[in-house]
Ligand binder design. Structure first.
Ligand code: HEM
Length: 157
């Protein structure tokens, strides 16, 4: 299970790195909105699916309360990526093709870049934390095999 969790984690990291590339692709293309749609698609479809699977497999892989908590922090950070747009909209910002960013809205929208970067760093951190836990080991000896969620380094009873 830990291997599945780590595989999804790795895919999430790759997808987040791609998300940064796709943002820059949108910014440096003309008209901007056309190629930005790949960033939007990855952000609205691929990232949420991977993140939900990541959390589900986090429970199945028994990665521990702290790591589970961190996966939920990642979920909140991803949701905030949309919330920044909503807040800026409520403050009067308008989207392309007639984009306007009045008052303090650029500062709110810029949190989108910061939040995304924090999300990427968080997923990398969780990957190494869980990898260091090693595989789930089954107790040797009698009875039905059961996943114990203990470190592989722990000597078997
Ligand atoms: C890893 C970092 C990033 C993540 C995880 C991320 C995530 C997202 C998500 C989830 C959406 C969809 C929001 C929605 O419509 O509900 C989105 C859209 C958008 N993001 Fe990012 N983003 C990141 C970096 C950036 C950067 C650096 C920029 C600045 C150029 C940017 C600009 C935009 C814009 C303009 C949209 C709207 C695109 C559209 O309407 O299709 N993002 N992003």
């Amino acid at each position: 299970m830990r291997k599945v969790f780590l595989t999804i984690n790795a895919l999430l990291v790759v997808s987040l790195i791609a998300q940064l590339y796709l943002a820059a692709l949108g910014v440096f293309s003309e008209p901007e909105e056309e190629l930005f749609r790949f960033h939007g698609m990855n952000g609205r479809i691929v990232l949420p699916i991977l993140l939900i699977l990541w959390i589900v497999f986090g429970f199945l892989a028994r990665i521990g309360r702290r790591n589970i908590g961190l996966t939920f922090v990642a979920l909140v950070l991803l949701a905030l990526q949309t919330v920044y747009f909503i807040i800026a909209g409520a403050m009067g910002a308008t989207p392309p093709p007639n984009a306007t960013t009045p008052g303090a809205t650029p500062y709110v929208l810029a949190l989108h870049g910061l939040g995304g970067t924090l999300l990427l760093l968080l997923t990398v951190w969780v990957f190494f934390r869980v990898r260091a836990m090693g595989p789930i080991v089954r107790p040797s000896g009698e009875g039905e095999p059961a996943e114990q969620g203990v470190r592989s380094a722990t000597p078997a009873p």
